[in-house]
Design a protein around this ligand. Structure first.
Ligand code: NAP
Length: 239
């Protein structure tokens, strides 16, 4: 059995990735932080071998617990999708403080790095990692969340470094940078309708759907991308 671990898979982009991974024949581990009901409902829907695993990946002890639970399932870990991510209330620089920075960087950078480490320990026969970044890493998100944008810039750098470090082990590491996608993340920034407001400014004239990001992620995980590593694919409607 080939497992794909999708962090933050209970909803939004992560849930779309989990659905497509199951449809492509992978066994799917759906990690979530707090929304157990949504994660369990998704797992029941997937049909393929699937499991919901709670862990707050901003903490190393929880990362270790998650992978220990994964070990008990048997089979092989083929893929890790570092999808879990947060942003906070829209704010300019003057409103950003240490506690917020700790939360954003612990979730968006430390967690993915630690998950990469634990995944690599288990990917003896090679594997694939996809880091879900953001177009914000290129655009900077001025006046809204420069901290979030900077955390995604760090994630892109991690993708580049690990692709070089892990190539000899047969592990490919790539990134996907979504533009504005219709999910609940915008509500946590204080603007639930942000996708509708910003969508028309993209060259394709609209915001994206989670399934449109999932397609890119599953391609990067697949054999079709066997010579692709260190790539960061923009899925942002041309933004
Ligand atoms: P979302 O709808 O807010 O879902 C976030 C997911 O991450 C949930 O499953 C949540 O679990 C999980 N999560 C959050 N913190 C976690 C933690 N500490 N440990 C484990 N899981 C955690 O977000 P989304 O829009 O689908 O975003 C997914 C990824 O795409 C993020 O990395 C985000 O930065 C990136 N992205 C999104 C957009 C966009 O416009 N939507 C654009 C660019 C990039 P619970 O359900 O249990 O809370």
């Amino acid at each position: 059995m080939k497992w794909i671990l999708v962090t933050g898979g209970s909803r939004g982009i992560g849930a779309a990735i989990a659905r497509l991974a199951a449809a492509r024949g992978y066994a799917v581990a759906v990690n979530y932080r707090s929304r157990a009901e949504e994660a369990e409902r998704l797992v029941a829907e997937l049909g393929a071998p699937a499991v919901a695993l709670q862990a707050d990946l901003s903490r190393e002890s929880e990362v270790l617990r998650l992978f220990a639970e994964l070990d008990k399932l048997g089979g092989v870990l083929h893929g890790l999708v570092n999808n879990a991510g947060i942003l906070e209330q829209q704010s300019d620089l003057l409103g950003i403080g240490e506690e917020r920075l700790q939360r954003v960087f612990a979730t968006n950078v430390f967690g993915p790095l630690l998950c990469c480490r634990e995944a690599v320990r288990r990917m003896g026969g090679g594997g694939a990692i996809v880091n879900v970044s953001s177009a914000a890493a290129r655009l900077g998100s001025p006046g809204e969340y420069v901290d979030y944008a900077a955390s995604k810039g760090a994630l892109d750098t991690l993708t580049l470094g690990l692709a070089k470090e892990l190539g000899a082990r047969g592990i490919r590491v790539n990134g996907v940078r979504p533009g504005v996608i219709h999910t609940e993340i915008h509500a946590s920034g204080g603007e639930p309708g942000r996708a509708d407001r910003v969508g028309p400014t993209a060259p394709l004239g609209r915001s994206g759907q989670p399934e449109e990001v999932a397609g890119a992620v599953l391609w990067l995980l697949s054999e079709e991308a066997s010579y692709t590593t260190g790539a960061i694919l923009d899925v942002a409607g041309g933004r």
